[in-house]
Design a binder for this molecule. Structure first.
Ligand SMILES: Nc1ncnc2c1ncn2[C@@H]1O[C@H](COP(=O)(O)OP(=O)(O)OP(=O)(O)O)[C@@H](O)[C@H]1O
Ligand SMILES: Nc1ncnc2c1ncn2[C@@H]1O[C@H](COP(=O)(O)OP(=O)(O)OP(=O)(O)O)[C@@H](O)[C@H]1O
Ligand SMILES: [Mg+2]
Ligand SMILES: [Mg+2]
Lengths: 256, 256
């Protein structure tokens, strides 16, 4: 069964795009056919994979708003087995343009049902809000991965996020399940990271992935070269952490 | 003349709330009467100043959506001279609730014109998006402060941000001016920070503040105690950097 994983957290800068790019690349390197969909008008996942910004029609905007086929926009990347639905700045208008549309919450799900049969895993990179782009992702997804930065402010918005997931489960996507919570930017030199990790594990229990992503400058440098970290610096801690996460995502998925 | 400074960047996690809290506290400690308005449903500036989440009516939501007077929501903080218009999760609905309202872009400006006469500086902390909450801030503001994290992804959304500012200047607020660009989370140990800083200075020239905010764990720890960093750890680099920024903001403002 195909897995569609929405990477969601309305808190900004917690590692959503970094996770979409590097988990996507790791899964592909392990032999999975992966599609990353960039649903953020900032298009960070697009540039993080080295893809230039496309025209409006050949992007997420074209698929969601103009109703174009997925195949008219999806491109391959430098990682074999990893494809991308690229974003562009036009998507910034989508939150408003979607509001009056018929079945506006279902447009991504329908586009994926029509055109994504060749992929085993689809990763949806969401913008830092709980608007219609993120709702489209939660409606299209089979599961949710929540990245949580190991810092105080990142704990605050969680109840709003869980409320949104519950609403989508009730009205749009009953099969949606929170499959995992990922601790990111963990800095072992500070007590703060450990304190936040303890809180998150107490609240989410066994939903928290064993794999923890450390704060590592190589993860922040790789996007500047348009590469996932496993191509930029295969020996870095960032590479190990995301490869371990990929293995864990695959194992957890087996019992679904 | 009262200065209203919108702290804006749709990129997430770049230090908007941290700047609102610590620049606000620094200005107040230097004798300025300051109001911080928390326009983010995540309410990070609210908890960063140690204020518990208010009821809907006694918050930004009450002022913007229910038309309540500012004085019915504003609270004082632990820093003498610093007041706060607190946020609450109800604000998450405001983006959609504002859409059909008459003069929806002007509601914050009107509320501040009616009720903020006692303040010399007003700081507006914005959510990570360019939606109606941020547009309300840009319409109410006399100037814009753009925090830019010294990392690659942070450079990407700048042209969208500048386009939004230009639109607001043309249709809603001709007097709006970009008064400054603030480099945040600068990590002197990495080449990446320096590379980004060079790019930002080349693009924004003398709009970039001399004060640069270093990446400092004390800045990330302080919100957990509900305090600005100058109360949490007065000897930290974060304190020095934001106090220097406050002095620079005051000096630059004099020639307006
Ligand atoms: N583990 C890490 N170590 C160091 N830097 C990281 C790590 N993960 C992400 N970063 C950097 O932190 C910043 C924020 O990460 P990223 O952009 O992936 O977050 P996001 O949640 O997608 O942000 P947004 O809310 O704007 O979409 C980026 O500059 C990224 O390169
Ligand atoms: N100079 C700094 N050094 C270290 N940590 C920092 C610094 N500035 C901010 N932080 C931390 O980085 C994270 C992001 O900062 P902050 O929440 O202020 O950004 P933001 O732009 O307001 O985010 P959002 O887009 O979600 O509103 C927070 O956990 C904060 O405590
Ligand atoms: Mg992102
Ligand atoms: Mg913030």
């Amino acid at each position: 069964m195909r897995r569609t994983i929405a990477i969601v957290n309305q808190k900004g800068g917690v590692g959503k795009s970094t996770t979409a790019v590097n988990l996507g690349a790791s899964l592909a390197l392990l032999g999975t056919r992966v599609l990353v969909c960039d649903l953020d008008p900032q298009a960070n996942a697009t540039s993080g994979l080295g893809i230039p910004k496309p025209s409006a029609s050949a992007s997420t905007y074209g698929v969601l708003i103009e109703g174009r086929a997925l195949s008219a926009a999806v491109v391959s990347t430098a990682v074999s087995g990893l494809s991308l639905l690229p974003s562009s700045p036009h998507l910034a208008g989508a939150e408003v343009e979607l509001v009056p549309m018929l079945s506006r919450e279902l447009r991504l799900r329908e586009a994926l049902e029509r055109g994504a049969e060749g992929y085993e895993v689809i990763l949806l990179d969401c913008p830092p809000s709980l608007g219609l782009l993120t709702i489209n992702a939660l409606t299209a997804a089979t599961e949710v991965l929540i990245p949580i930065q190991c810092e105080y402010y990142a704990l605050e918005g969680l109840s709003q996020l869980l409320d949104s997931v519950t609403l989508v489960q009730r009205y749009l996507n009953p099969a949606l399940d929170i499959s995992g919570v990922l601790l990111t930017m963990f800095d072992a030199r500070t007590r703060l990271s450990e304190q936040v990790a303890v809180e998150v594990r107490r609240f989410f229990k066994d939903k928290v992935y064993e794999a923890v992503i450390p704060r590592s400058i190589r993860l922040a440098e790789a996007p500047g070269y348009g590469m996932p970290v496993m191509l930029f610096d295969p020996s870095s801690r960032g590479t190990d952490a995301y490869m371990n996460l990929a293995k864990e995502v695959m194992t957890r998925g087996r019992d679904r």
